[in-house]
Design a protein around this ligand. Structure first.
Ligand SMILES: NC(=O)c1ccc[n+]([C@@H]2O[C@H](COP(=O)([O-])OP(=O)(O)OC[C@H]3O[C@@H](n4cnc5c(N)ncnc54)[C@H](OP(=O)(O)O)[C@@H]3O)[C@@H](O)[C@H]2O)c1
Length: 326
């Protein structure tokens, strides 16, 4: 008998996620598989901000991506030891009767398989397509990215450097800022928790911004848009500052600067680029293998710590991509 552990979304979120929103349950899975079946065992699980924004129905297993290893197989196309990427959610084991639904993890060479959930997965692709297509960067541009030490932001800043831009990033601790500047090559960084945004942009981007990649949303978005130069381009990727609020932000809508500076403000969604994912993965893999893009992961050990890893997304606990190793 195989014992599967799973986290259930047990109580509706009100405000920030907390331990009481979840319960840990177990389920027995059969030892013997039938013809065609495979058993997947989670190797790396992802926690992401969207899980707060789009919760599953109460009583369901928490949603999410994982890299899993096939640990038992009665399917010759998916032998034991094959690594797959699934949307099985927060659970340690999953039995598949139809393995054709499984996506094999791309060949990552010597790179860790967890990258399929980060720099070479949805966050990396979000940065790649969201920045290149949403911000259309030019080498003379000054770019601002917030939540810059996160899974998406760290990649956006580095792609901007590859494209020759000046890059300004913000993050919520001095350690994160130091890492962005010293290890990733950001030109300017500031800790948004200790320096007001308006003053920081005046200091770090005195000639204004041409591109803004927004992960944070809320009133900050309005402030940044007022610092955009003529023909500036903003990619709205996310609004993590708003996800725990029950009501929308009261911020002023920046119609006037958008109109007067002929700005473009575009929402971007990774699922909009599905057809182009292979192209993005190829380029991102090349940049990573050439050392042009670096990555960082905060790996939380233990399936029982999934909830605290998820909660940590909203307090800035992690640097880079947040991963759980069960
Ligand atoms: N549109 C899409 O298709 C798509 C796809 C993936 C992700 N996203 C969005 O992109 C954004 C980044 O996602 P990610 O996966 O890279 O997450 P992440 O940045 O790795 O993790 C969240 C980080 O957000 C920062 N944060 C939390 N609360 C904040 C607040 N109130 N104000 C400012 N910063 C706050 C924290 O860093 P600090 O220490 O800096 O505070 C935290 O570490 C999110 O808004 C997410 O929803 C969108």
């Amino acid at each position: 008998m195989v014992l599967c552990k799973k986290w259930i979304y047990a109580k509706t979120f009100t405000g920030a996620p907390e331990a009481g929103n979840f319960t840990l349950e177990t389920e027995e899975l059969p030892d013997q598989l039938k013809h065609g079946e495979v058993l997947c065992e989670a190797v790396f699980l992802s926690v992401d901000p969207y899980m707060r924004l789009f919760p599953v129905p109460v009583g369901s297993v928490m949603m999410g991506e994982q890299v899993a290893r096939i640990s038992k197989s009665e399917n010759t196309d998916y032998p034991v030891g094959t690594y797959v990427k699934t949307m099985d959610g927060w659970k340690t084991h999953t039995l598949y009767s139809d393995a054709s639904k499984l996506t094999k993890v791309q060949d990552l060479g010597d790179l860790p398989k967890s990258l399929a959930l980060g720099a070479l997965g949805l966050p990396g692709l979000t940065a790649y397509f969201g920045f290149l297509e949403g911000c259309c960067p030019k080498s003379t541009d000054t770019v601002f990215v917030n939540s810059a030490a996160g899974a998406v932001g760290m990649i956006v800043g580095q792609i901007a450097k590859i494209k020759g831009c000046k890059v300004v990033g913000s993050a919520g601790s001095d350690e994160k800022c130091k890492w962005l500047k010293e290890s990733l090559g950001f030109d300017e960084v500031f800790n948004y928790k200790t320096k007001p945004l308006e003053a920081a942009l005046n200091d770090h981007a005195p000639n204004g911004l041409d591109c803004f990649f927004d992960n944070v949303g809320g009133e900050d978005t309005t402030i940044v848009i007022k610092h955009m130069n003529k023909y500036g381009r903003t990619a709205i990727c996310g609004a993590i500052s708003q996800y725990n609020k029950s009501k929308g932000d009261k911020g002023e809508l920046p119609y006037s600067p958008i109109l007067m500076n002929l700005l473009r403000v575009e929402g971007i969604q990774i699922m909009n680029y599905v057809q182009k994912w292979p192209e993005g993965l190829k380029q991102m893999s090349q940049w990573i293998n050439e050392g042009k893009i670096k990555y960082k992961e905060t790996v939380t050990e233990g399936f029982e710590n999934m909830v605290s890893a998820f909660i940590g997304l909203f307090s800035g606990q992690h640097v880079g991509k947040a991963i759980v190793k069960p």
